[in-house]
Design a binder for this molecule. Structure first.
Ligand code: FES
Length: 69
């Protein structure tokens, strides 16, 4: 399937992805703008949470783009 990082790239939306989706960086950090969508997403794994902790400007609706669809 296509994750948010790949979807963004396919639409020429700028989102970094230094580790190319292996949940080993936080450059694909994005903030979900839609509460309903956010609530539908599966909970982040411990790995994602650890990486999010390092993300700049972390919010309650932050996720790693490569970890959500
Ligand atoms: Fe590195 Fe998503 S691209 S964690």
């Amino acid at each position: 399937g296509t994750n948010m990082l790949e979807a963004a790239h396919s639409k020429d939306i700028e989102l970094e992805g230094a580790c190319e989706g292996s949940c080993a960086c936080s450059t694909c950090h994005l903030i979900v703008m839609d509460v309903e969508y956010y609530n539908k997403l599966p909970d982040p794994t411990d790995e994602e949470i650890d990486m999010l902790d390092l993300a700049f400007g972390l919010t309650e609706m932050s996720r790693l783009g490569c970890q959500i669809k």
